[in-house]
Design a protein around this ligand. Sequence first.
Ligand code: NAD
Ligand code: 0WE
Length: 254
Amino acid sequence: MTDTKKTAVVFGLANKRSIAWAIAQKLHADGWQLAITCQNERLEMEAKELIAELPGAAGFLCDVSSDEQITQLFAKLKERYGVLHGLVHSVAFAPEADLKGAFVDTSREGFRIAHDISVYSLVAVTRGAAPLMTAGGSVITMTYYGAEKVVPRYNVMGVAKAALEATVRYLANDLGPRNIRVNAVSAGPLKTLASRGISGFNEMLRAQAERAPLKRNVEPSEVGAAASFLLSDGGSGITGETLYVDCGSNIVAY
Ligand code: NAD
Ligand code: 0WE
């Protein structure tokens, strides 16, 4: 039976609030076999307990800034699963100093790191996964509205997300002939490790809910559901797209 299951690798699990966790839970409920990766040993402790909640799921370590770790991970996945059908990229990082103050003050190193971890990593892991996606595949990444409109303090991450959305289109064009689809999910603001430290984040959530056509903030489970749709056969005609899961916020001016 297990070899009739589709297999996906998920990048970006840190804790129970991670978007990667909401996506993994939904994929597991849909019957996917999961390989879930985590950045380092420090985060692995908590991640392991979560992964244990999903029977059949396995945990791996992979720092996406390392080509060597990416190569080793996909060698392990090839050995264990043979074929991959899905990939979830839910990873971003910019140095804290570059997510405050003015964008014009972004350091060369902060710009490089933000783009390396948040954008290039999608290219690197997709290249690693593609040879295993011999029956076609679906890749998704997580983006945010700050890619297209200025969000105060999102700064270099906004520029990185713009590059990420363009990267999705170029990857989709490259891999389409192999029936590998590549899409982005643009989530409305959610309370996670990556957003908790942002000053004024609660105020942002409140203002966003008021403006949104659905008059509320998005739930992690709704992001998980959209991700599972794009990974499923239901998404078979969709590639290179950015799908908004934001209670409609992006369609209104104010
Ligand atoms: P999170 O902190 O739970 O997830 C970010 C993950 O990136 C963490 O698991 C972290 O370990 C991982 N990561 C960072 N550097 C890494 C590296 N070098 N190697 C491997 N992994 C690394 O926060 P989240 O909010 O779940 O973020 C997930 C994705 O969703 C990000 O791309 C983020 O930009 C995006 N997103 C978040 C929101 C939001 O409001 N929280 C909204 C839209 C999009
Ligand atoms: O993509 C993100 C957050 C990404 C992120 C968060 C951090 C905080 C801790 C990347 N790098 C770091 N580095 C750290 O040191 N989001 C979409 C959430 C988010 O972050 C914001 C937001 C929103 C929304 C930052 C400023 C303004 C709005």
